[in-house]
Design a protein around this ligand. Structure first.
Ligand SMILES: Cc1cc2nc3c(=O)[nH]c(=O)nc-3n(C[C@H](O)[C@H](O)[C@H](O)COP(=O)(O)OP(=O)(O)OC[C@H]3O[C@@H](n4cnc5c(N)ncnc54)[C@H](O)[C@@H]3O)c2cc1C
Length: 415
């Protein structure tokens, strides 16, 4: 079996794989996407729908470490680690902790800001080209604080965003009530970010981008990929059922499962999953003006076409444990306290696997094992936001073009 260098295999049909497929199909490559489920049926289906272009702060710094003791003391709080998983997680946690140190933090901040600049341009461009612009909502976000102390603690993070020209406005009193009526009286201040965007539904958007890629010739193959085997002139894709396919080049974009396939090639990448939960309430559950962010509680409330999505939280619990939906219910109870008019009945619960690297930055780059194999995974909390940019960068790498941003901070070999 031989393949042309213009035959591209993409493993993973989440939003990252789909945006890579669209970009490569636009450039005239013959794209085949392999996935064990379907198009955007896993983590990319149920996320909070934010195009969080201003979210440039590495997580290790951004409040997570500050809030750690409070969060960990609540078994259903915003951050949890099943004790039995702790030994396996320890090396990742150590790297996460180190990523918060001053020098590393600055490097990550600059790299994320560069990627976010590209993320916005690339999403707007891809939406125009694929006819999906009507799915974009441009009404900003509102971050909310329950005390002056919580607000003051957030100020250094906002000051860091100043350096990258990210616009925001602190509000209280009537201005706050105007941006979102019906907030609990305990909420004393907010920060409005006008440039923050959301989409009408992340799963629908993924499927619409795929329809566009398909119209340019991209194909889907339902398969679990067991192993990738690069050679000098291509990559063999070994399916779990024994079948094989070949491609000139392959992109590994299998979300939180990517390290399993990379590891089989000898590329050891410290990917973990931050499991997240939400509940999607029916339309009319609350008159939401824009996405609301409760950073102190680790969740957001998003207006979607389908209704109101309440969710977030981080559970560092690996890929095998069953979901614990008591978490979604705890988030819903908190949301009902902060938004007293919220109707909490009739919701649909969901859990997804954020693919997370300890420095909060994705892996976008070529494997050392082969010039024909590229990695695009580990986008953590920001996969939807950074998908179009990642797709564009993968197209540049595959076609040998110079990427518009420095990709060294995203190298698979930085660990
Ligand atoms: C609660 C929550 C809220 C979030 N909110 C936001 C948000 O508002 N904005 C934002 O930007 N991001 C958000 N995210 C993060 C975002 O959802 C993820 O970063 C993104 O979906 C990851 O996309 P992906 O394509 O890398 O992975 P996935 O969507 O998980 O896709 C990977 C695909 O690979 C397939 N696969 C894996 N292994 C194999 C194999 N061996 N063979 C075949 N197929 C395989 C899987 O079936 C899957 O379809 C949120 C995440 C969660 C959990």
């Amino acid at each position: 079996m031989t393949a042309s260098p213009r035959d591209i295999a993409i493993v993973g049909a989440g939003i990252i794989g789909i945006c890579a497929a669209a970009n490569l199909a636009e450039a005239g490559y013959a794209v085949t996407v392999y996935d064990r489920t379907g198009i955007c049926e896993e983590t990319s289906s149920g996320n909070a729908a934010a195009l969080a272009f201003s979210d440039v702060l590495p997580l290790a710094q951004k409040g997570m470490l500050r809030n750690l003791p409070k969060w960990m003391s609540d078994p259903l709080g915003p951050l949890s680690i099943p004790p039995a998983y702790l030994p396996q997680l320890a090396p990742w946690l150590w790297r996460f902790w180190r990523a918060g140190s001053a020098g590393r933090y600055e490097t990550s901040l600059a790299a994320q800001a560069a990627l976010m600049g590209l993320a916005e341009t690339e999403w707007l461009g891809l939406m125009e080209r694929s006819g999906t612009r009507h799915m974009l909502r441009e009404n900003g976000s509102l971050e909310l604080y329950e005390s002056e102390a919580e607000f003051r603690a957030a100020l250094p993070g906002w000051a860091a965003r100043d350096r990258f020209g990210i616009g925001y406005r602190h509000v209280d009193g009537e201005a706050l009530a105007e941006l979102q009526p019906g907030l609990a009286r305990s909420i004393v201040k907010g920060t409005f970010v006008p440039g923050w965007k959301t989409v009408s539904d992340p799963r629908d958007l993924g499927k619409a981008i795929w329809a566009y890629a398909q119209s340019l010739g991209a194909r889907f193959v339902a398969a679990t990929v067991a192993r990738l085997e690069p050679s000098t002139d291509g990559v063999t894709i070994h399916h779990a059922d024994g079948r094989r396919s070949v491609a000139g080049k392959a992109i590994l974009a299998a979300g939180a499962w990517s390290h399993l396939l990379a590891g089989r090639l000898g590329d050891r990448i410290p990917l973990e999953t931050e499991r997240g939960y939400n509940t999607t309430l029916p339309r009319g559950a609350f008159d939401l003006k824009r996405q609301l962010i409760f950073s102190g509680h680790g969740f957001v409330v998003t207006p979607l076409d389908a209704g109101v999505r309440v969710g977030g939280a981080v559970e560092l619990g690996g890929l095998k444990r069953p979901p614990n939906y008591a978490r979604s219910r705890a988030l819903l109870a908190k949301a009902a306290r902060l938004l007293p008019g919220l109707k909490t009945e009739g919701g649909r619960e969901w859990m997804g696997y954020r693919p997370s690297l300890p420095d909060s930055m994705p892996v976008i780059g070529g494997s050392d094992r082969s010039q024909n194999l590229f990695y695009a995974f580990g986008h953590g909390h920001l996969g939807l936001t950074q998908a179009a940019a990642t797709g564009r960068l993968i197209r540049d790498l595959v076609s040998g073009q110079t990427p518009p941003i420095d990709l060294r901070p995203f190298s698979p070999h930085r660990f």
